[in-house]
Design a protein around this ligand. Structure first.
Ligand code: FAD
Length: 576
């Protein structure tokens, strides 16, 4: 398998040329400058390439294992995880008051991409920790923060998110896990959660679960759900580890992909938990973690899309089959490299235009995430609304495009791509989950259209589109960008006018709507990247490819939406 190459030059281009983030860092007194950021990026790239990537395929073959409640990560993960904790890589974005490094999201998003891309299986043991620490930092008491955050930022303790139950996945309002009040903010938690990523493993001293449960007598549905911090080992006020808490892994799942990541059934039996936030406000608090995780899952897809492209491009240069349509380019050889065939080039360019577009989109969203912390309330409030609007698009559009890219990469390998030794089939299997967990992509689309656009009367969207129109773009693409932004606005207005009389319209149109939004945003991003291309990066070629070959998909999605919901709602459920 080819070596993983960290896409450092592209990060630098996006951060410092396209989005000028270092100017914002200076003006907001964020203690990171260009030089420090570059050295962090390079060191992270080294760890990703030399420590993490070499363990990816062995971890997939071996998988995580379960023995009487004890869960072991694949071989080599302990040592590699030690490198991650020693390097402080789990606390990069954390609150400095409790030992975090306070790096901006624009930088940590790039770091995460490299970790996901080089070894998704290993990074899954770390990634939930960042989400859990965000949630604890935002909603827990000062006492709980001081007790749990420092060890989590160090990576000595990791995090897990326990929402799902066998009968309550998308519909968390149906969850049954119980919380019985003991005293103060202490509760006893009892119930069974399924599909808990890194809920049990042997890489850390302690595992901090954030668990959704229902306090005795709480209302039914989502308004009766509270959030609890439930550690595997109890922790005293000085932060020292004590006795084992009352929960254990009942089994782990055997999965299509991410086989090195342990996904547990967790049985809580009178486990000691501490309330986070107000009683019955748990879902709102958990959204801090879920929104973080949703952006991160998009970036997971992006990392794997990049990895797949690198493998496919290398293969296409070395595999020889047939002759180029314009005459032999390898006249001495028996055949030409397959990269000479226009269809193979189409596949590679599609992957690259989507992957680099996704990277730009992830950084664009990270810029807004950082702005939510600005001191100017007008800026932070506007950016918070943009982040709310964009989060489902980041999660679903990036992971859907990543799936498309990894499949195209596999296609470049022909039959060899179907064979395990090629390595590419693992990337396809590992990428697939990003479309499913953290809320399926269908649910993301409904969230975007239903909650973020229609419920808000389209105000945030109008403001975002108006802001996008103010920015400098490559003049060659101004008209196309303006047209697709008009199309996105028109379709949104049309949906707003029709959705009240056709109650199935939003649900049937949502996925096409999210795709239309994604292709419109990528058009803006490609025109912006093309503006800053100095001719050495190939961004202008890729921009042309995007506008010629991929942007027309936006028209298709708009047309499907305007065809309405009849074809979807017509058949009776019994007909299926
Ligand atoms: C490998 C793996 C790791 C996971 N890790 C975690 C974890 O760490 N913590 C955790 O809590 N959970 C975790 N999950 C659970 C994951 O988030 C859920 O599987 C996912 O949210 C979907 O829930 P479900 O499987 O119950 O599907 P369902 O909710 O049963 O959905 C089935 C289908 O119906 C659709 N659907 C459902 N409701 C609606 C609706 N209202 N409108 C339109 N369509 C709808 C869905 O989009 C989907 O296509 C993990 C799952 C897997 C497979």
């Amino acid at each position: 398998m080819t070596q993983y190459i960290p896409p450092l030059a592209d990060f630098e281009f996006l951060l410092f040329d396209v989005f000028n983030v270092d100017e914002e860092w200076i003006s907001e007194s964020i203690p990171v400058d260009r030089e420090l950021a570059n050295s962090v990026l390079h060191e992270c790239g080294r760890v990703a390439r030399d420590v993490m990537a070499p363990l990816s395929s062995t971890a997939d073959r071996e998988g995580a294992s379960w023995d009487d409640g004890n869960v072991s990560a694949p071989q080599g993960f302990k040592e590699a995880f030690e490198v991650l904790t020693q390097g402080g890589w789990l606390g990069t974005a954390g609150n400095p008051e409790f030992g975090g490094q306070g790096m901006p999201k624009t930088l940590t998003t790039a770091l995460e991409e490299m970790f996901w891309g080089s070894n998704t299986n290993l990074w899954l043991y770390a990634a939930l920790t960042s989400g859990a620490t965000y949630c604890i930092d935002a909603h827990a008491s000062e006492e709980l923060k001081a007790r749990f955050l420092p060890a989590m930022y160090e990576g000595r303790w990791t995090g897990a998110m326990a929402l799902t139950e066998s009968h309550a996945g998308t519909d968390l309002g149906m969850l049954r896990t119980k919380a019985e009040h003991i005293e103060g903010n202490s509760y006893k938690i009892t119930g069974t959660k399924i599909f808990i990523t890194s809920g049990e493993h042997d890489l850390a001293e302690n595992i901090v679960h954030l668990v959704l449960a229902r306090i005795d007598g709480a209302p039914q549905g989502t308004r009766g759900i509270s959030l609890f911090l439930v550690p595997k080992y109890l922790v005293d006020e000085q932060g020292a580890i004590g006795e084992r808490n009352g929960f254990a892994s009942g089994s782990i799942e055997h999965k299509m992909g991410i086989r090195g990541s342990a996904t547990s059934v967790i049985n809580y039996d009178d486990a000691q938990g501490y309330l986070i936030g107000e009683p019955n406000a748990g879902l709102r608090c958990m959204f801090t973690m879920m929104n973080y995780a949703r952006v991160s899952v998009g970036v997971q897809g992006l990392g794997l899309g990049e990895r797949a492209y690198q493998m496919a491009a290398a293969y296409a240069k070395e595999r020889i089959q047939g002759r180029a349509p314009t005459g032999p380019v390898n006249a001495q050889g028996a055949a030409d490299p397959i990269i000479e065939h226009p269809d193979v080039r189409r596949m590679l360019l599609t992957q690259r235009a989507l992957t680099e577009g996704s990277r730009a989109f992830a950084v664009f969203t990270a810029v807004e995430l950082d702005r939510t912390q600005r001191t100017d309330p007008e800026v932070s409030e506007r950016s918070s609304r943009y982040v709310e609007l964009l989060t489902p698009v980041v999660k679903a559009f990036i992971s859907d495009r990543a799936m498309e890219s990894t499949l195209l990469a596999q296609q470049c390998f022909g039959g060899h791509g179907y064979i395990v030794e090629s390595g590419i089939e693992q990337v396809v299997r590992d990428a697939r989950i990003s479309q499913i967990y953290e809320g399926t992509n269908g649910i993301q689309a409904i969230d975007l259209l239903g909650r973020k656009v229609l419920q808000d009367g389209g105000q945030t969207l109008r403001s975002l589109i108006a802001d996008l129109r103010q920015e400098a773009l490559d003049p060659r693409y101004m008209t196309q960008v303006s047209d697709v932004l008009d199309l996105w606005s028109d379709v949104s207005e049309w949906l707003g006018s029709q959705a009240r009389s056709d109650r199935s319209l939003a649900g049937s149109a949502a996925v096409d709507y999210l795709n239309l939004a994604g292709y419109a945003l990528y058009a803006w991003l490609w025109a912006r990247m093309s503006l800053f291309d100095d001719g050495t990066r190939g961004k202008s070629n890729l921009a042309q490819f995007y506008f010629d070959q991929l942007l027309p998909r936006a028209e298709y999605h708009a047309k499907v939406i305007k065809n309405g919901s009849n074809a979807v709602t017509a058949p009776d459920s019994d007909w299926f």
